[in-house]
Design a protein around this ligand. Sequence first.
Ligand SMILES: [Zn+2]
Length: 345
Amino acid sequence: MVEANVRELYGKLATTGEYVCVTVAGDRISSVAPVPPPPHDGEQVWISPGLIDLQINGFAGHDLNAANASMEERIHAVCHMTREVLKAGTTSFCPTVITAGDEQIRSALTAIRLACEQDPLVASCVVGVHLEGPYLSGLDGPRGAHPLRHIKDPDWEEFASWQEAAGGRIRLVTLAPERKGAIDMIRRLVREGIAVSIGHTAASHDEIAAAAEAGANLCTHLGNGAHPNLPRHPNYIWSQLAEDRLLPSLIADGHHLHPSVVKVMARAKNDHILLVSDAAHLAGMKPGIYRTHIGGEVELLPSGRLQMTANPSMLAGAAVSLAECVQNYMRFVSVGIGEALKRRP
Ligand SMILES: [Zn+2]
């Protein structure tokens, strides 16, 4: 007889393939016990540790980077987004604040801090804020959708004031190492315990090496935020792949990178890669046509492709959950779920 507040979930452990029963008492997992395999193969339920997403801009209609939102609306977005990403299998994440004017960046960071202070569930899921910009390349292509008018050289005083607004929660900064003062900025960030990721960049091979030497150790969505055409070699994609000190994140939604590119990048890095969703706020919504605050209509297709209605060849962001990216990765790279989820040193 199972007590009213006790639930039992049966499935296969993603890490070992073992059948288990997970017992949940109230809001806690009380045991994970091996059980015999079921007599017939029904619907396969995989049980895995929660996923960690280092780059997510919103989910299920809640947007962390909404323009002209009130503080109350922003806090609401953080709290509700947290509950939606949990349903999709992500239990820890870095809310990602992108390039904007000072006031908007400050408001978005303040809202994340207040949401963490007010809501223990949010505080337990937010592992740190990812600041993606505004110290990025201003070139079309590398810049991606980051607004040119707000892109600038690194400024420590400005960053320090944003870090204060975030209550010290900024744990990851994406920047372009070719910007004036970027290498010094990397050193200072790393000294403060903040991880630095190279992204939205058109850096030379030497500039990438200098960034890694200064302590940058990640690449943000490698292969995206890049020129449509590049010199065949060297170029900043090869250089980041070849730099052993850099661990790239990839958007394996099946739309941002061709499956062959995911496979080759994973092989080049010996499977030392991170998957991120980079989800826009329309991720987790029903397929359909939506109007976005940056203007223009976008269409979310059943495949998870989010594209501009006026120009369907242009993506309007990523719109699938991290769990779906893991599924894609397994297909693209021909690995099982245990291998895809394996923690690597
Ligand atoms: Zn980006």
